[in-house]
Design a binder for this molecule. Structure first.
Ligand code: PLP
Length: 436
């Protein structure tokens, strides 16, 4: 254990990391951990990859940093082309950043500049979901519907109009269509109350990550949002910071429902944990309109630097070369089966949901009523600590004021093998036994 000048969040003392290889990490005491959540759902290729290291070293030998207004650089162009190709050309323009929050800030500002350039400066509101997570900088936090994070800053963020997103777990199956209609009707009512011509964009995570524990939307819901955006002349923004770049088994999660956004943010897995790199993707007409009206008034120093983009490119090429999207789907099916079998053993596992290698497990006090445990029980923290003792890393979240129970994410690297996925389930089961 270390004591150091670093401060993050209050929490238990942490072991010091020594090294990592594949899906495993070791601390300096020699204890092994299976990285069941890819760090923060970001080390998509696992640890210690020589191909990524070699690509980074080759780039370092050429040049590490150049500024985006002074030089074009080949890795940035190639990575941007790869991202456009991943969307099958639906989104044609790319703006690089270094984190998910920066990607969301960039989306907020580009969308606002776009409506102003179209002569619609009265558009000043964003609509986003509760619960949701869009980042920690003030603009992104303003979109975020996650009370513990919002509360201290509520009076100083730009904020947004918050509407409830779909929660299929708390609906009976036969109520699903009615639920979607109700959620969309409430969204429409919120837009009309603010004035449809004051809305810049609706922002959603197609698969909730940190906020909802992999809660899913569906095709009818996304089609409904698209129709609302078209009707009120506003933009549709998908936040795929966590779900993008293959995590759900397709390059982007939205592709599984066939409803395309106008802007899309992605980050986390893009640099696979080897270097920070994120991106805002959008339709070219948006960029052309903004460029024709004085250009995009935004940017970050490290955006699109050669080392970041060479790293991202190497990560994307590795996913392609090794056919890892197939493994994401195959291991995802295995994890789903394993998690559902754990659910049948432990009554307080209320819900198992997800796609590809992004699985959320929600813990509830009453499996019939689906009532969360009281917030003070801190079950999410206890569960994470027990898993860690058993040599498994999972990604925990606290309950959300009746909107969701304690939950955790399971999202191992795309390279996980069948036997490693079995080991993950075994260690999880041992932790659950101790929680019982
Ligand atoms: N958007 C979503 C959907 C996220 O899950 C996150 C991080 O968890 C962010 C934005 C913020 O990303 P970052 O932590 O890289 O700033």
């Amino acid at each position: 254990m270390t004591t150091s000048p670093l401060f993050y969040q209050a929490g238990p003392a942490m072991p010091e990391v020594s090294h990592g290889q594949g899906v495993f990490l070791w601390d300096t005491q020699g204890k092994e951990y299976l990285d069941g959540c890819s760090g923060a759902i970001s080390c998509n290729l696992g640890h210690g990859r020589e191909d990524i290291r070699d690509a980074m070293l080759a780039q370092l030998d050429r040049v590490a940093f150049t500024y985006r207004t002074q030089f074009e650089n080949a890795p940035a162009v190639a990575l941007a082309e790869a991202l456009v190709e991943m969307t099958e050309g639906e989104l044609e323009k790319v703006f690089f950043v270094s984190s998910g929050s920066e990607a969301v800030e960039s989306a907020i500002k580009l969308a606002r500049q776009y409506v102003v350039a179209r002569g619609e400066s009265r558009r000043r509101h964003f609509v986003s979901l509760r619960p949701s997570y869009h980042g920690s900088t003030l603009g992104a936090l303003g979109l975020t519907g996650y009370q513990p994070l919002e509360a201290p800053f509520a009076s100083i963020t730009p904020g947004s109009i918050k509407v409830l997103g779909p929660d299929f777990y708390r609906q009976r199956d036969d109520d699903r269509d009615a639920h979607i209609r109700r959620v969309l009707d409430e969204t429409r009512a919120a837009i009309e109350a603010a004035g449809g011509d004051t809305i810049i964009a609706i922002v959603v995570e197609p698969v909730g990550g940190a906020s909802t524990g992999a809660r899913l939307v569906d095709k009818a819901y996304l089609e409904g949002l698209r129709a609302l955006c078209d009707e009120f002349g506003c933009l549709l923004i998908f936040d795929e910071v966590l779900s993008g770049v293959g995590r759900t088994g397709t390059w982007f999660a939205y592709q599984q429902w066939g409803v395309a956004p106008d802007l899309l943010t992605t980050a986390k897995g893009l640099g696979a944990g080897y270097y920070p790199v994120g991106a805002l993707l959008c339709r070219s007409e948006i960029v052309e309109t903004v460029m024709a009206n004085g250009g995009f008034q935004h940017g970050h120093t490290y955006a699109g630097n050669p080392l970041a983009c060479a790293t991202g490119l190497a990560a994307v090429e590795a996913i392609r070369r090794e056919g890892l999207l197939d493994n994401v789907r195959a291991r995802g099916a295995q994890l789903q089966q394993g998690l559902e079998s754990l659910q049948s053993r432990y009554s307080w596992i209320g819900d198992v949901r997800g796609l590809g290698l992004l699985w959320g497990v929600e813990l509830v006090m009453d499996p019939v009523e689906r009532t969360p445990f009281p917030a003070a029980s801190n079950l999410f923290a206890e569960m994470t600590a027990l898993a860690k003792e058993e040599g498994l890393l999972i990604y925990p979240r606290r309950p959300l004021n009746g909107l969701a129970g304690d939950h955790f994410l399971v999202g191992p690297p795309f390279t996980i093998s069948e036997s490693e996925a079995e080991l993950l389930l075994e260690r999880l089961s041992r932790a659950l036994d101790r929680l019982d």
